[in-house]
Ligand binder design. Sequence first.
Ligand code: HEC
Length: 175
Amino acid sequence: MNLKFFITGLVMFSVALGTINLLANEQTNTTDPRTDLETMDKRTPVPLLPHMALHQKQNMREHLESIQGIITALQKKDFKSIAEAASKMGFTPEMGRMCEHMGAGAPGFTERAIRFHKTADTIVLAAKRHDQKGVFTSLNNTLTQCTSCHAIYRQQVVNEETMKLFSDKISRHSH
Ligand code: HEC
């Protein structure tokens, strides 16, 4: 008799434990940390497919390397290297097309991106003139383009379907 009670108790205890476990799992599944982050980050989303998002971040890290290249060369007054490093951020028609592609789902992004590349071109021009003060001024203007864009936009990784919805909405606005 005692044993029967004991076993029944054990079974009930296990069932209760199982339910608690289930509830806990449920809760972890419903809180998506990515969604939480997106809610907290109030910047304008730039919708991008995963490969585009990866590519954009790679470009960004290269921009930072260019800035470092410019600073290193500035210390040595090596204007040729300054021009080389800065031209990696410079505007080309190919770069322009890429910015259009990246900004297809975020109003104003492409324009800002192009303005940034064109500002970086002014570093190249100043370096070619061997104008150190001009390099500093243009470098500062370029960094302002970096920080102001970062203050406004963030990446939002989306699937093909969502990407298309965003791009359609924007192309309707601009026509
Ligand atoms: C037109 C907009 C724009 C400009 C201009 C811009 N960025 Fe970015 N950058 C972004 C966005 C959007 C992200 C993604 C940020 C996010 O989702 O939090 C980013 C991310 C980065 C990252 C993080 C990369 C990683 O691997 O996570 C670095 C570093 C960076 N940018 C450097 C720069 C530098 C340096 C400049 C200027 C020389 C620059 N960016 C100019 C839009 C811009």
